[in-house]
Design a binder for this molecule. Structure first.
Ligand code: ARG
Length: 464
């Protein structure tokens, strides 16, 4: 049977063409075509290496490299015809190269397989994605530092169990998000090291009989190291799983952050305003201004967790080496990277535009007995054991609930009903400023500490 009727790349041993539905079912070109740029880079490096290894002539190499450049231009101009019958991005590009160059095009695939080719392409692609994600992450962190600095003195209630706990500064609260994102940054940078190892040269599974020089392709492609085992190189996708795990954690953080923004913009909290450009209205309720961006980020987090679970499940039953199962790695990986990148971008744009409503935050902190712990600590300093102080303050709070007064609103006589150790100097302790200023140690909420943490944060970003 002629090669027109069967797939030209592997049709030799087949006696009938592949079923039309099976061809569509097994094809990946619809989604893996987005690897085209990295596929071409990998092929050009491979061709250059083959010339150094005296497998291709210099003229053949030059024709291949230039031909691939042309194909990239065709793809980017939208004139390239993607064919499902050619299965995937690799065979589409190679077929076009052969169409353009004839016999020389057919030589490109010497000493390699689609198995090491695709593993190389994904790693090159993911490396670039991680770099782009890190840029957005950096931008978001810089925005948080900026806002934290402006809001170093702004007082809000800190919560545990979503009940008013102790006053904190808004700057301090924002810097909690900064810390989480710093760890996300570290994880992605660390993950990138393992992404950046080269499987090219593994060929189908066992290596190749050609005198390939893997250091050459490694250097040309900017990989940090050469994969040490060909079976492993073509088969494992742990680097993609690791990326999805790091992405899941980052999305989990963004989702928690989103949850707070949604709460804070509600009529019940009114702690912040989000600019209109990050919100949408309702088609029926004219008063609505919905915090769509944080809601959507919170919702999209599930996709990334799904990608992680999907990829773990994809790998768990696979014997060595490459199996077609691995074609299923791409869509979840692409989606996880897109989702994280877009979510970070939206947050990086939105966070500097957050407008805190300082009076409302402060009023919320003032209500809710947020300085009760400060009163207990005050009594400890007067020499009472902490447990007794806890009980004394408990009674004072009960009185405050019944009489509708916060601790700072009670007179000295009222307060002394609960302990004769309480004196005039208690009022400095019961103010919101007194409370936050007293937590003046590394990692504490005092405005001075927020400013110091912003400085440390800026130094960290400058070192990246
Ligand atoms: N489209 C395939 C994938 O995504 C490329 C590798 C195919 N290799 C093979 N032996 N069929 O994994």
């Amino acid at each position: 049977m002629s090669s027109e009727k069967t797939n030209q790349s592997w049709g030799g041993r087949f006696s009938e063409p592949v079923d039309a539905f099976v061809a569509r079912f097994t094809a990946s070109v619809d989604f893996d075509k987005r690897l085209y740029r990295h596929d071409i880079l990998g092929s050009q490096a491979h061709a250059r290496m083959l010339t150094q290894a005296a497998v291709l002539s210099e003229a053949e190499r030059d024709a291949i490299v230039a031909g691939l450049d042309e194909i990239r231009r065709e793809i980017e101009a939208g004139t390239f015809e993607w064919r499902v019958d050619l299965e995937d991005v690799h065979m589409n590009i190679e077929a076009r190269l052969t169409e353009r160059l004839g016999v020389v095009g057919k030589k490109l695939h010497t000493g390699r397989s689609r198995n090491d080719q695709v593993a190389t392409d994904i790693r090159l692609w993911l490396r670039d994605e991680i770099d782009a994600i890190l840029v957005e992450l950096n931008r978001l962190q810089a925005g948080l530092l900026q806002l934290a600095e402006t809001e170093a003195d702004t007082i809000m209630p800190g919560f545990t169990h979503l009940q008013t706990a102790q006053p904190v500064t808004f700057g301090h609260h924002l810097l909690a998000w900064f810390e989480m994102l710093s760890r996300d940054h570290e994880r992605l940078v660390d993950c990138r090291k393992r992404v950046n190892r080269m499987p090219l040269g593994s060929a189908a599974l066992a290596g190749t009989t050609y005198p390939i020089q893997r250091q050459v392709t490694c250097e040309l492609l900017g990989f940090e190291a050469i994969g040490g085992n060909s079976l492993d190189g073509v088969s494992d996708r742990d680097f993609a799983i690791e990326f999805c795990a790091a992405a899941s954690l980052a999305m989990m953080h963004l989702s928690r952050f989103s949850e707070e923004l949604v709460l804070w913009t509600s009529a019940q909290f009114q702690f912040i305003d989000l600019p209109d450009r990050f919100c949408t209205g309702s088609s029926i309720m004219p008063q609505k201004k919905n915090p769509d961006v944080p809601e959507l980020v919170r919702g999209k987090t599930g996709r990334v967790f799904g990608a992680l679970t999907g990829l773990l499940t994809l790998m768990k039953g696979q014997p060595l080496a490459y199996n077609k199962d691995n074609q299923e790695d791409k869509e979840p990986l692409f989606d996880a990277a897109d989702t994280l990148r877009d979510s970070l971008r939206a947050f990086a744009d939105m966070v500097p535009a957050i407008k805190p409503k300082r009076e409302i935050m402060r009023e919320a902190a003032r209500r809710g007995f947020s300085t009760a712990t400060d009163l207990a600590d005050y009594l400890v300093r007067k020499g009472l054991p902490f447990r007794d102080c806890h009980e004394i303050v408990g009674h004072a709070v009960k009185y405050g609930v019944d009489s509708g007064k916060d601790l700072a609103e009670m007179s000295l006589d009222e307060l002394r009903r609960f302990s004769d150790q309480i004196e005039q100097d208690v009022f400095a302790v019961l103010t919101l400023e007194g409370s936050v200023n007293a937590r003046d140690h590394i990692g504490g909420t005092a405005p001075a500490q927020v400013r110091a943490a912003v400085k440390r944060g800026r130094e960290l970003l400058a070192k990246r």
